[in-house]
Structure formats: structure tokens, C-alpha cells
Design a protein around this ligand. Structure first.
Ligand code: ADP
Ligand code: MG
Length: 730
């Protein structure tokens, strides 16, 4: 046989595909060497310029124009000393990935002589002709161009490719009238909002707290597949997932992959991308196998949220590039394989004060306990009140395969807090209607700190089915998709917690003004919040169908697909929320909603097209060919005068194949009709719903027949690499 599939399998066995990973070095000897951090900046610029840059970074403000030239020249000198020739503003447009436009330091002077140049203006601002980035109509109505501006809180870095090095300057991307066109601008705005709200609340407990930042530690899941074998799957190449493929005889039922030994080729690849990551200052800490065959996970030490977001996006890019050197492909899609676990990206989130206190870590004294309880309960209340917006923040065509599919956190947003904290909240709640007196205050001293070991034990990984779990000293948002930009859910989480904290403070202050003691006032409001939000707490099995029923009874939403989930972004509630904290204007929300819907439509459209195309060119031909073989065989047996029993089975197989060929053909035709109908719909939301409910409804039907054929047709004829080859040859 000479199909792409067979060549790829041959290639796998014949070629030695093990590429050595890098030589082991102490990570500390090169960690961050490609990052222009303050330590390096100091060596390359004047004291004055350094102070100014340091100040901008600390206070999250723009670079002083007067110092920009000096900083730019220092940056250029450092970059050139490391062999860099080009620079780019690096930003995160709403396409879901990153964008770059490389410019050379090289330029010509007026007299025609050549020099290398990089000035303050080029550092601070660029105006990429970005008219082909999605803007949801924002730029069309205002200005054709957007601009990028350096965000000093994320340091410039050098991206090393095999054939050159580029200086990347992390920037925001906005329209001329200031509307955000990227994922980062709103994140920075939300960071400011929660900083202010949380700092204000901290004043009840500690006057030394003057700022609160958010911390994010993400856990990235991914698949690794042999490049040649993946290359023989047009669906993987075009959509990042397999739209056909029967489950392999052995999947994950033996549970032998999780924490098993990492295959050697993948191990070499990991070492390699880890080294690149370390150079970029990404503090990777753990690596291990995941549940599904060929599925892995890595996680860094947590960092300030903005930096952590950049590092995650950067790492996805580095992994994809480094995999190529190992003749491997990284799949970041949420569901590359049906009936095999999908991939997520847990977002571990907390808040941290300038005094070094983790606000979600139970305190060591009664006072800090109350502070912990305050931020803990406010987060729960925020998630309860804005579950719909949180759900919208993780909606994507890819993630729809996971949420509610009984393998990943369900589409119902609920919170797991563990037995011990449940007990505490129950205690708090029991006092409804009662006035808090000194005795109740004593109750609050509950000595949480003495129970920290118990608490950690109680909460670490106890319930993997919860989309939002308290894990001892942070919340873990587990419903985020593996390919997502963390900036989106983090923006929403920051904003809803900021909003809740503002309301909390207003209510506490009101009680204090009425003459209530501060601690009692705080407790009264916390009690009210616990009562109002306890419906969102769930400790049981999130995958179970009984939970779906229970959630329905509690009135919790269970929105299973993207077009419907996105509605939450444009409600009056959302417009008020995001407006109040200056995260998004009504216009910006509308634009984002539009872009996300369009993105959804395009994804399903591409999947639908590739399904149609592959049905005709990959699935049906081997089936028909095998039918011919059977027909020849039957004819031959008949010719020899054999009894009917001799070819009866062949007839049956022939008929089965015909049935599935017809099944594919009629459903593909119907799917194309549905697509045609959907394509002429003007309103984007209606169109997205049509793609979701009509076009997509044929996917499973077509696939059912195709996967049946895979089991019937001679393996020699079958053109698409099978799941066993994709998942086990590596
Ligand atoms: P595991 O889930 O493997 O048991 P952990 O739960 O300790 O490991 O950590 C998972 C992720 O959570 C890591 O990226 C870690 O850095 C991060 N993390 C730990 N503490 C915090 C925190 N205070 N804020 C944000 N992320 C945190
Ligand atoms: Mg964890």
C-alpha cells in the first residue's frame, strides 16, 4: 500500500525519531537570560532612566516620554549584544493567538548611509496596519487603524528561532479612540479595579496594605503526536481535532498513563521546550503524564496575573515550535480525540498584598482569619452572582466538547470548598436573623489556623469534578479550555470579585456608620453573602446526572454551547458590571460578543467543510474499493458453483458497507444544505445558533457511519491514521 497513512507508519518505524534534548545545566545559570528585566536594565542605562523605568513598572504607568529614547537605546544595546537584528510589538488580538510585525533595527539615514536604530517612539508605540484583525466593527466605525503601546509591567524578551532572534515588546492593542482590540487591555483594567477594591477592604484589617495584586498559576494540558502520522490527518491539520476515528481497543481504561513514565521522545521534547521557557523567564515547575494516552501537563510556579498570562501564551507558542524539531506535533485543542479525555487549563488564582499576605490563605490569628473569611466569601458571592459571565468567559467551540460531557467540569458553575470550610460557613449561616454579639465573634475565632493541615488535606485535589474549587490557599478555575488565553477568564474573575468587594464595603460602612462595631459589621455582611450565595456551593460529583437535576432545582444555569453562553456578555447586568469598573464599554462588549460569535461560526464552518471533503476523499473511496474486492470474491465463488452459504457473509458485509456509505452521503448532503441556509442569515447570533444547532447536528451522524466503516474495511485500504496509531506511536 502506498497511502500517506502507511508511509507515515513506515516512517515512524524506520526513522530514528529520538532527537536528544538539551544538555542538563543548572536552571539558575540561564533562567531569564532572554528577558530584559530590571537587573539587566541597570547595566545598560543611566541611573535616571533606570529609576523612571522602575517606577513605571511598579506603579503600572506609562513610560515617561523624556526617558523613552534612553530606555529604547539600552534595550537595543542589550538585544544586539545577544545577536538580535529585529524587533516587534507583541500583542494578543482577539483571534486567540499572538501577533507580531517584525521591523529591522536597520534603517537608512537621509544621506543614504546605513545605521541600526531604535528610538523611544518605536519602543512605546507602533501603528500596525491591523485592519485584518477582528474588531467586531469597532475600527470600522471609528478609525481604520489601531495602535500598540508598550505595557511596562511585562518585560521585553528575545524570541529565539532556529534562524534568528527577535526582540519582542509586550504591548496592548487599542483603536485610536481607545477601545480595546485585544485580550490584554481589559486584563490590565480589571487588575486596577480589583487592586483598588481589595485594598480598600484590606484597610479594615491592616493599614499597611496599599496594593493588592492577583496571582495566577496555570496548569497546561496538551497532547503530543508524531508529526508524520498527524500530517496524514487533514482534520488535525485544519481544525486541531480529529473529526473521524473509531475509539481504539485500548483507550484510557487501564488507567496506566496518568503519572506513568514519560515516553523518551516526549521527554526529550519537554526538556527542550523547558529550556526555552526558562530562558524566557517562565518558571516551569512540574511535568507529568495526564489521564489520556499521549496527554501531558506542565505547570509553572504562580506569578503576577499579567505576567502569568503572557508566559502561558508564550509557552504555547514555544511548545508548538520546539515540537517541530522533534518531529512531533503539540495539540492544544480542548478535544482532539472523541471518547478520550480532553484538555483543560486550570487557572489557580489568588490575591496577594504588598505586605506579602495571600488573601486566600487562612490566617494565623483571629484578625487575619476574618480577613481570609472576607475574601473567601466575597469570591464565592462573586461567582454566584456572575456565574453566567464566568461561564461566557470560557466559552469556545473547542471547550463545548468538554463542558457537560461527563469528563471535565460541567457547564454548570459551582464551587467546591471542602468539608471543613463548609462546616464554617454553615456555622456562619446558622446565625441568620440573630445579632452577632461577642460570643459569635468568638465563634469566628474558630481557629482556622490550627486546622490548616486538615484544610489543605481536605482541599487539595479532593474533587476533580468541580469547575471552581478552593484548594487550600487559592481558587482553581478548572473549566478553562486548554487553548484559551487565560486573560479572558482572569479579566472576568478580577472584575466580578472587584464588584462584589465594592458592594461588600458599602454595606459594611453603612453598618459602621449606624454605630456597629467593625468586626460585627463585617460578620453581618458576610453572613448575608453566605446565605445569598450558598446555592453555588456543591461538594458532590459534578459529572453525575443527579447534579444536573439538583442544579436545575437550585436555579443554576447549565448552558452547554457557546452561542448561548455568550449571551451573558451583552445583558444589562454585564454592561453595568463592566461599565462600573471601566473594563468594557457597551460598545466594546458588543464588539467582543460579535467577534466571539464569528469565531465560533468559522470554526464550525471549517469543521463542517473538512468533514464533507474527507467523507468524499478519505472515507468513501476505501469503502467502495473494499466493496469491489468483496464483489469480485462473491462473483468468483458463484462462478465456481459454491453454495450460497459460502458467500453469505460477504453479502452481509457488502450490505453493511452500503448502508454506511449511504448514511454518510445523505448526511453530508443535508449538512451542506444546512450550511447554505445558515450562511445567508444576516444576524450573527442567529447564524451562530444555526451553525450550532443545525450544521453541527450532522457531525455525529456522519461520524457514526464513518467510524463503523473503519471497523469494516480492510485495514490495508484505510487511508486515515487510526486512533491507535495517533495515540500510541510516539
Ligand atoms: P498540584 O495541583 O499539582 O497539587 P498546586 O495545587 O500546589 O499543585 O499548584 C498548582 C498551581 O497553583 C501551580 O501553578 C502553583 O504555582 C499555583 N499556585 C499555588 N499557590 C498559588 C497562589 N497563591 N496563587 C495562584 N496560584 C498558586
Ligand atoms: Mg492543582
Amino acid at each position: 500500500m502506498n497511502t500517506l497513512r502507511h508511509n507515515a507508519i513506515l516512517d515512524y518505524y524506520v526513522q530514528n525519531k529520538l532527537v536528544d534534548g538539551p544538555i542538563s545545566k543548572r536552571v539558575t545559570s540561564y533562567f531569564g537570560e532572554n528577558v530584559f528585566d530590571l537587573k539587566k536594565a541597570k547595566n545598560f542605562m543611566s541611573e535616571e532612566a533606570f529609576k523612571s523605568m522602575e517606577q513605571s513598572i511598579r506603579s503600572h504607568t506609562k513610560i515617561d516620554r523624556k526617558m523613552a529614547d534612553q530606555i529604547a537605546s539600552a534595550l537595543k544595546n542589550w538585544a544586539e549584544s545577544r545577536g538580535v537584528t529585529h524587533f516587534t510589538h507583541w500583542f494578543q488580538p482577539l483571534t486567540g493567538s499572538t501577533a507580531e510585525k517584525h521591523d529591522s533595527f536597520f534603517t537608512l539615514k537621509l544621506d543614504g548611509s546605513a545605521i541600526e536604530e531604535f528610538d523611544g517612539a518605536a519602543l512605546i508605540q507602533q501603528e500596525p496596519d491591523a485592519s485584518s484583525f477582528p474588531s467586531g466593527g469597532l475600527r470600522a466605525t471609528f478609525e481604520a487603524r489601531g495602535y500598540t503601546a508598550w505595557d511596562p509591567s511585562s518585560p521585553p524578551f528575545i524570541m529565539e528561532m532556529r534562524n534568528g532572534k527577535t526582540l519582542c515588546i509586550p504591548t496592548i492593542f487599542v483603536s485610536y479612540t481607545g477601545e480595546s482590540l485585544d485580550a490584554k487591555t481589559p486584563l490590565l483594567r480589571s487588575r486596577a479595579a480589583i487592586d483598588k477594591a481589595a485594598t480598600d477592604v484590606c484597610q479594615y484589617f491592616d493599614k499597611n496594605i496599599t496594593s493588592v495584586s492577583q496571582t495566577l498559576g496555570w496548569e497546561q494540558e496538551y497532547f503530543v503526536i508524531d508529526e508524520a502520522i498527524a500530517g496524514a490527518r487533514p482534520d488535525l491539520i485544519m481544525t486541531g481535532r480529529t473529526v473521524f476515528g473509531h475509539a481504539p481497543a485500548k483507550g484510557q481504561q487501564l488507567e496506566d498513563h496518568y503519572f506513568g513514565a514519560i515516553p523518551e521522545r516526549v521527554y526529550a521534547f519537554m526538556r527542550d521546550f523547558e529550556e526555552e521557557a526558562y530562558k524566557l523567564g517562565i518558571p516551569l515547575r512540574t511535568r507529568h503524564n495526564e489521564v489520556a494516552p499521549s496527554q501531558f501537563e506542565c505547570a509553572p510556579i504562580f506569578e503576577e496575573v499579567n505576567l502569568a498570562v503572557d508566559h502561558n501564551i508564550l509557552l504555547m507558542d514555544v511548545m508548538t515550535r520546539v515540537a517541530k524539531n522533534h518531529k512531533l506535533v503539540v495539540l492544544l485543542h480542548e478535544k482532539p480525540f472523541a471518547r478520550i479525555n480532553g484538555s483543560g487549563k486550570h487557572n489557580n488564582w489568588s490575591m496577594s498584598t504588598n505586605t506579602g499576605v495571600n488573601l486566600l490563605a487562612p490566617g494565623k490569628t483571629p484578625k487575619t482569619n476574618l480577613m481570609f473569611l472576607t475574601f473567601f466569601v466575597n469570591t464565592i458571592k462573586a461567582v454566584h452572582d456572575y456565574a453566567d459571565i464566568l461561564r461566557a468567559s470560557i466559552a469556545s467551540a473547542g471547550n463545548d466538547h468538554r463542558l457537560g460531557a461527563h469528563e471535565a467540569p460541567p457547564a454548570i458553575i459551582s464551587i467546591f470548598i471542602g468539608d471543613y470550610l463548609t462546616k464554617i460557613l454553615n456555622e456562619v449561616e446558622k446565625r441568620v436573623g440573630e445579632r452577632f454579639d461577642e460570643q459569635d465573634e468568638a465563634m469566628l475565632k474558630l481557629d482556622i489556623h490550627k486546622n490548616i493541615p486538615e484544610l489543605l488535606l481536605d482541599n487539595t485535589d479532593r474533587n476533580r469534578t468541580s469547575p471552581f474549587a478552593f484548594t487550600g490557599n487559592k481558587f482553581e478555575f478548572r473549566a478553562v479550555g486548554s487553548s484559551a488565553n487565560c486573560a479572558v477568564p482572569m479579566t472576568v474573575l478580577n472584575t466580578i470579585v472587584a464588584d462584589t468587594l465594592v458592594k461588600f464595603k458599602a454595606q459594611v460602612d453603612e453598618l459602621i456608620e449606624k454605630g456597629e462595631k467593625k468586626e460585627i459589621a463585617i460578620m453581618q455582611v458576610l453572613q448575608k453573602f453566605v446565605v445569598e450565595s450558598k446555592d453555588v456551593l456543591f461538594e458532590g460529583d459534578g459529572y453525575s446526572s443527579s447534579w444536573e437535576k439538583e442544579a436545575l432545582r437550585r436555579g443554576l444555569e447549565n448552558v452547554k454551547d457557546t452561542p448561548n453562553a455568550l449571551d451573558a456578555l451583552v445583558t444589562e447586568k454585564a454592561i453595568r458590571l463592566f461599565g462600573a469598573h471601566k473594563i468594557f464599554t457597551r460598545n466594546e462588549l458588543g464588539a467582543r460578543h460579535e467577534i466571539l460569535l464569528e469565531n465560533y461560526i468559522k470554526k464550525i464552518q471549517i469543521e463542517s467543510r473538512i468533514m464533507g471533503e474527507m467523507s468524499g476523499t478519505f472515507i468513501l473511496p476505501p469503502a467502495v474499493r473494499y466493496q469491489n474486492t468483496l464483489i469480485e470474491n462473491i462473483k468468483g465463488l458463484q462462478h465456481l458453483g459454491m453454495p450460497e452459504a459460502a458467500y453469505n457473509s460477504q453479502f452481509q458485509i457488502l450490505a453493511k458497507i452500503s448502508e454506511h456509505v449511504n448514511g454518510i452521503n445523505t448526511n453530508v448532503k443535508a449538512m451542506i444544505e444546512a450550511r447554505k441556509k445558515a450562511n445567508v442569515i444576516e444576524d450573527t447570533r442567529t447564524k451562530a445558533i444555526a451553525y450550532c444547532e443545525e450544521v453541527r447536528s450532522y457531525f455525529d451522524k456522519i461520524r457514526y457511519h464513518a467510524d463503523k466503516l473503519e471497523l469494516l474495511v480492510d485495514d490495508e485500504y484505510w487511508k486515515l491514521p487510526k486512533y491507535r496509531e495517533l495515540l500510541f506511536l510516539r
